[in-house]
Each structure stands twice: as structure tokens, then as C-alpha cells.
Design a protein around this ligand. Structure first.
Ligand SMILES: *Cc1c(COP(=O)(O)O)cnc(C)c1O
Length: 489
């Protein structure tokens, strides 16, 4: 289906910057003559609807603090920066209120769920009693697709038990989510976490909430202190629940994958490296889990509990304020709609007007032109090619690189064809990166022959691989792959 959709579309986008790049690599083989980075697949990073996901308490504070014009211009970070003028105590007051609302709801629902499942009354009482309001609360709720690794946290149960049961600094993990009916692996993850919730080490510290829904998601992303996401890289196309958390002053603790690559700022939440260290999944899981424990122990838990006599932690509030000031404005719907308009729909609209003009004449001409080019493409001949022999030689900085190519274009006009010079840097055995690209100029033409030349001074020195290539050009082509002809000369 993706192939059909890509081949039939004028524009294609991933849903985060990284996802755009991953998609270019995934679908490079549909356009093998091109380097992946040249593919017309681009990106617009997802976002969330502010009014749906923000708690009223924040909504009112933002309205009061950010002033006139904010709601109409939500992606403008000049408004959000004003969060730094709000007293720390006021921030913590809202955070606490929202956490209390969540935990009250959790207690009631948990009691019902556990009773319905026939759990014994004493266990229920112990679990509910252990839900302390002053605990650091971390949320993990989403689809239980296995790549999201919901059970990663339990890789080392001993270590986790130590973290959550520290009497002075308790930590509670709230889990929720559903698995696809056909996803046995995901269902197994839910079973595992559910069983863990009655393990004496984790009673009242690891909680699974049944029947995940938008309403529950809202309570969670508004009420927890930290939102955890630890997918297998680079499988999280975007992820959006973390954005909902951000609007509510909830920090993300997440793998640098999907949207978080763009959202993370030091001092505004926490990140696990985007680098995959091990090709072996088990080793990678172990490394990620140990990194999570370390960051929790050394950074997140101490920062949260570093509270003054009014229960305010300066470093914690600073994370909250930075999250709201730096990250939130990028992930509201206005920014996303603006991006779609600028990068895609505006251009598509203009092109469609241009094609429909004059009773579709431009469109008919374009199709005729494509036919003509396709008919002769294979027989276009290289009459002459002059280029310096730099094979495996270093290209000296600032030296002139002159080349000329003469083509026999048969019946095409010289302007139907573009010729260019491309320099590549070799990244690995299989991967080339485009280092620079220079269009060649049409210098003369006689008969059906056209000569293209270039005289450039490379701005970087080193060993490069390079090549010349020709491609069809027409002002109404939306992108290079739309008329997928490319010939290396
Ligand atoms: C936002 C949301 C999601 C998406 O969560 P991710 O963590 O981005 O996968 C899934 N389900 C519900 C109910 C949501 O509100």
C-alpha cells in the first residue's frame, strides 16, 4: 500500500524530521538512481490540539500570563517564554492539584478493577493505601505495540524495586494501554505488567489501569510528573502523547526518537541517546534499561525531591518552565497546520491552478512533453565528456574543476534536459552522502548536439567520488521523482 500511495502521490511526508529521513531510506529502492536524501519525501512533525489536552488550570494561567493574542498565535514562543515570570510556588500548586485529581481517580478505579477481578480485600487495601500523594509519579500509557517496549523498565527488577521503594523518595509508575487483538506479543506485555502489580516488591508502586481511553489519557498526561517513552529506535514515527504532557508542564523522559529529537532541550526533560549501540536487541534493551535506572537515580528522583520547606524544588520547576517555554510552542496544531500549508498544500494548490489554466492546456502539454522525453531518453548519446581524472585523488581546496559534456539530444531541446555534477562523500561500504551538487551550464548547441560545462572551485577539500548525470526538466514537474528518469553519464 505504501508503494502504491507513494507512486500515486504528488507529495509525501513523514510525521517528524527523523521519520522523514527514515522514510527516505526505506523507500530509496523505489528510486535507486537517487541518493536517499534527494527523495521527494519530506516531513511535517505531528502536533496536538492545545485546547483538548491542556488542563483548565494551565489554560487559565496561560491566558492570564501570556496575554492577548496567545490563543490565536499559539505557536509563537514569545508568549510561552512568559512562563518564567510565574512564581515557582504557583507552578507547583497547579502541578500538585492535577496530580491529586489523577491519584483520586486512580484509587477509585483501581478499587473497582481489582474487586471485579476477585483480588482479595487486603491486597486491594494495601495497594490503594500505598499510593502516596507526595510520591514522584511517572506515567507510561499508549498502544502496547511491542516496539514501544512497555516491559523494558522491568529488565532488572531488583534495581527497579530499590528505586520505587525508597521510603523518603518513593516513585510510582502508572501504566495503561491496549494491545491490538492480533498482537500476541503486546498482550503478553500487558499480562506481565499486570502480574507485576501484585508482586510484593511493586504493590502500589507499579499500577496498571484498565480500559485506556482518551479521557484517561487526559488525566494521565495532566497529572503525572514525568512521561516515559522508551521505544526501539527508530520505530517511533512521531509519538504524540509526550506533546500532550508538555502542554501541562509534565516532563518527558524519552528515547531520542520520533518527535523528541526535535522537542528535547537540555534542562527541559531527559533523553536517552538516539544512537543504537548494539545490533543485538537484548543487549540494547539491557543498556537502555540500565541507562533509565541511572538517570532516575542520579537525576530525576533527586531533582524532584530537592524541595524547600514549602515543597518547591527549584531545579524541578526550572525543568517545568523550560519545557513550557522551549518545547510546548513547537508542538501545537497551529505550527503543524502552518507547516503543511507552507511545505505542501500551498504549492499543490498553485500547481493545480497552473495545470488547469486555459482549459487544462498546460497539463496536456506536460503530458505530451513527458511522452516525447520518454521516447528518446534511452537513445540520448554522450558525444564527448571531458573531466579531470581525480579518481581516488584528493581534490585540492580552491582549485578549479572544469568539465564539459556534449550530448546528442535527438529531437529534444537543450532546455528539456538538466545536467549536473555531484560530489559524494563515502560514509560506509554501502552509504554515500551528497557533499555538493553543481548545475552545468548550457554553453553551446549546434544541430541536435548540446554542450554543458562547469568551472567550479570546491569549497571543501578531500577525497570525493563524483559523477555527472542528466535529468528531464520542466517548470511544472513537482519534483525529480515525479518523472523518474535519471541517467548517470
Ligand atoms: C495521544 C494518545 C495516543 C498516542 O500515544 P503515543 O504515546 O504517542 O503512542 C494513544 N492513545 C490515546 C488514547 C491517546 O490519547
Amino acid at each position: 500500500m505504501s508503494h502504491l500511495a507513494i507512486r500515486c502521490s504528488n507529495a509525501v511526508n513523514g510525521v517528524s524530521k527523523l521519520h522523514g529521513e527514515v522514510s527516505q531510506k526505506m523507500f530509496n529502492y523505489l528510486y535507486p538512481e537517487f541518493n536517499y536524501s534527494e527523495l521527494f519525501i519530506s516531513y511535517v512533525t505531528n502536533s496536538v490540539h492545545f485546547d483538548t489536552w491542556v488542563a483548565w488550570e494551565w489554560h487559565d494561567l496561560f491566558q492570564k500570563t501570556f496575554g492577548k493574542g496567545f490563543f490565536e498565535d499559539q505557536s509563537n514562543n514569545k508568549f510561552w517564554k512568559k512562563i518564567h515570570t510565574v512564581p515557582d510556588a504557583e507552578i507547583m500548586h497547579i502541578r500538585r492539584k492535577l496530580k491529586k485529581r489523577l491519584l483520586d481517580w486512580v484509587r477509585i478505579n483501581l478499587q473497582d478493577d481489582l474487586a471485579r477481578r476477585g483480588e482479595n480485600p487486603r491486597t486491594i487495601f494495601e495497594i490503594v493505601k500505598a499510593i502516596r500523594e507526595d510520591a514522584l509519579v511517572i506515567g507510561f500509557a499508549r498502544r502496547f505495540a511491542t516496539y514501544k517496549r512497555a516491559t523494558l523498565l522491568f529488565s532488572n527488577e531488583e534495581r527497579l524495586a530499590e528505586i520505587v521503594n525508597n521510603t523518603d523518595k518513593p516513585v510510582i509508575f502508572l501504566f495503561a494501554g491496549k494491545a491490538h487483538p492480533a498482537d500476541k506479543g503486546g498482550q503478553e506485555f500487558i499480562r506481565f505488567i499486570y502480574n507485576t502489580t501484585t508482586n510484593p516488591n511493586f504493590k502500589g508502586r507499579v499500577i496498571f489501569l484498565e480500559n485506556y481511553s482518551m479521557e484517561m489519557a487526559k488525566l494521565l498526561v495532566q497529572g503525572v510528573d514525568v512521561w516515559l517513552n522508551n521505544p526501539t529506535r527508530p520505530k517511533e514515527a512521531s509519538g504524540t502523547s509526550g506533546m500532550k504532557a508538555v502542554m501541562n508542564g509534565v516532563m518527558n523522559f524519552s528515547v531520542l526518537d520520533g518527535w523528541w529529537v526535535e522537542g528535547y532541550r537540555p534542562g527541559a526533560g531527559w533523553a536517552l541517546s538516539d544512537k543504537e549501540t548494539y545490533p543485538n536487541a537484548d543487549l540494547q534493551n539491557e543498556l537502555d534499561a540500565e541507562t533509565i535506572y541511572n538517570i532516575l537515580e542520579n537525576d530525576i528522583v533527586p531533582s524532584y525531591y530537592d524541595q524547600d520547606e514549602h515543597g518547591v524544588s527549584k531545579s524541578w520547576v526550572s525543568h517545568i518552565k523550560n519545557t513550557i517555554a522551549e518545547t510546548a510552542p513547537q508542538f501545537v496544531m497551529k505550527r503543524m497546520l502552518d507547516d503543511y500549508q507552507e511545505r505542501f498544500y500551498g504549492k499543490l494548490w498553485k500547481r493545480s491552478l497552473a495545470l488547469k489554466n486555459n482549459d487544462f492546456k498546460p497539463l496536456r502539454d506536460l503530458l505530451q512533453w513527458k511522452k516525447r522525453v520518454r521516447n528518446v531518453w534511452e537513445v540520448i548519446e554522450v558525444v564527448e565528456l571531458n573531466a579531470p581524472d581525480t579518481f581516488n585523488h584528493s581534490l585540492p581546496l580552491g582549485d578549479h574543476f572544469k568539465a564539459s559534456i556534449t550530448l546528442n539530444l535527438i529531437e529534444l531541446r537543450a532546455e528539456d534536459i538538466g545536467v549536473e555534477l555531484v560530489f559524494f562523500r563515502r560514509k560506509s561500504e554501502t552509504e554515500l552522502e551528497i557533499a555538493a551538487m553543481y548545475p552545468m551550464q548550457l554553453s553551446q548547441s549546434h544541430g541536435t548536439n548540446a554542450q554543458y560545462t562547469c568551472d567550479i572551485q570546491p569549497q571543501t577539500s578531500g577525497v570525493f567520488e563524483y559523477g555527472f548525470r542528466m535529468f528531464p526538466q520542466h517548470p511544472l514537474l513537482p519534483n525529480r521523482q515525479d518523472f523518474n528518469l535519471l541517467r548517470w553519464l
